[in-house]
Ligand binder design. Structure first.
Ligand code: UDP
Length: 377
């Protein structure tokens, strides 16, 4: 008779790893399953062979949060450097600050506005859209047609593979619009890159917990379910239910990595490409994430990011109206699965950032493990 566990956790991404860590800390026995050949989900990182540059395998991940509790929690497993994320975007061979700030506006229009003049200036550019109902309307209501057309429209078409009018408005409210020259991508109080990348965080979180690698839980669901009293599932929710109500739309990305013989290729960690003629959405140059480190001289790694559909590597929940209808049906089915908890970006079909996944995993773990829930995350 194989060993019975208190928890079977499907997936070693952030939700699964945090939940597992909390369960183990509460004295529970845990078994982790991982379909891939590495832990950490899309946070996984590894050293680029031939250089000592740490590469985030699934695209640049910047840790940021406003929550002291989440910051303290993640700091139990890693130190952070003092990196502050700044993004630039290339439009018609010129480089601008992103998100749109006073510098972007002044450079784009060839003006020299002061902060106090920005609201009236943008007001004169904005369309009159009283109730913006989609990404395009929301963006135009915030910044007007010109800036939208230059920096948002084509990037969004490339990134999401659809008309921005089909996308929910809240995707664009992730980005602030600033009337100052402040160019930090995030407004959060705490921010940084883990000193040794993300993978060691996961190794420490799940230390001592058995992990079965390369396992497709759904292919042998009954067997694995029989191994534990409670299951935590962090894979795609539509796949769990055999696509009974159809597939949810996911957006994926593909990376082309290149080692180039210059020490600094683009002068920054992430350069966006706003124009439709450029087939990739951005170029990552990870050495810029670790200015505190001695890194290989004379060489750098660059990674071009192409957006695509690939249901085997889901990244972004697209959230079309049809997806929201399907999701409601799957969520209803999930409520009837007594001992299965669904959590994380894939199982909740939510465009979570890392700190939000941690907050959600901590809250759910506390609820299930019976501790007092005092979080406000
Ligand atoms: N976006 C854009 N132009 C940019 C950067 C972002 O139009 O230069 C839009 C795009 O629709 C994107 C959304 O803003 O999907 C959110 O961007 P964010 O950087 O938060 O996306 P992530 O880093 O999660 O891919």
């Amino acid at each position: 008779m194989s060993q019975q566990y208190d928890f079977l956790i499907v997936g070693t991404g952030l939700f699964g790893a945090v939940f597992a860590q909390q369960a183990r800390e509460a004295g529970k026995s845990v078994l982790l399953l991982e379909a891939r050949d590495h832990i950490g989900g899309n946070c996984h990182s590894e050293a680029h062979p031939g250089t000592n540059i740490i590469v985030h395998t699934y695209g640049t991940h910047i840790f940021h949060t406003n929550s002291r509790e989440i910051w303290d929690y993640i700091n139990r497993f890693t130190g952070f450097n003092r990196y502050q994320h700044r993004v630039l975007t290339t439009h018609r061979d010129r480089v601008y600050a992103m998100p749109i700030n006073l510098g972007t506006i002044n450079q784009f229009y060839g003006v020299n506005l002061r902060p106090s003049e920005v609201p009236a200036f943008l007001e004169s550019k904005k369309g009159n859209i009283p109730n913006p109902a989609n990404l395009e309307e929301k963006a135009i209501s915030l910044i007007g047609e010109d800036l939208y057309g230059a920096f948002i429209k084509n990037y969004t078409i490339k990134q999401w593979g659809c008309d921005p009018r089909e996308l929910p408005a809240n995707i664009i409210t992730r980005l602030p619009v600033r009337s100052s020259y402040h160019d930090s991508y995030f407004n959060d109080k705490y921010q940084g890159i883990p000193l040794e990348g993300y993978t060691p965080i996961f190794e420490r979180m799940i230390e001592g917990i058995p992990v079965e690698m390369g396992v497709d839980f759904l292919a042998e669901r009954d067997y694995w379910m029989s191994r534990a009293r409670q299951v935590v599932y962090t894979g795609p929710i539509d796949r769990f239910f055999g696509y009974e109500h159809g597939r949810l739309n996911w957006r994926s990305v593909r990376f082309e990595t290149e080692l180039v013989d210059v020490e600094d290729y683009q002068g920054t960690s992430v350069m966006n490409y706003a124009d439709i003629e450029v087939p990739f959405t951005r170029i990552h140059e990870p050495r810029h994430l670790h200015l505190e480190k001695e890194q290989t001289p004379g060489k750098t790694v660059i990674i071009r990011e192409f957006s695509q559909v690939d249901n085997d590597r889901p990244y972004y929940p697209v959230n079309f109206a049809e997806d929201r209808e399907k999701l409601a049906k799957y969520q209803e089915m999930a409520t009837r699965e007594g001992n299965i908890l669904f959590g994380g970006r894939l199982a909740e079909y939510k465009y979570y950032d890392m700190h939000q996944v941690i907050g959600s995993a901590l809250q759910k773990a506390r609820k299930v493990l019976g501790g007092e829930d005092q979080t406000s995350v």
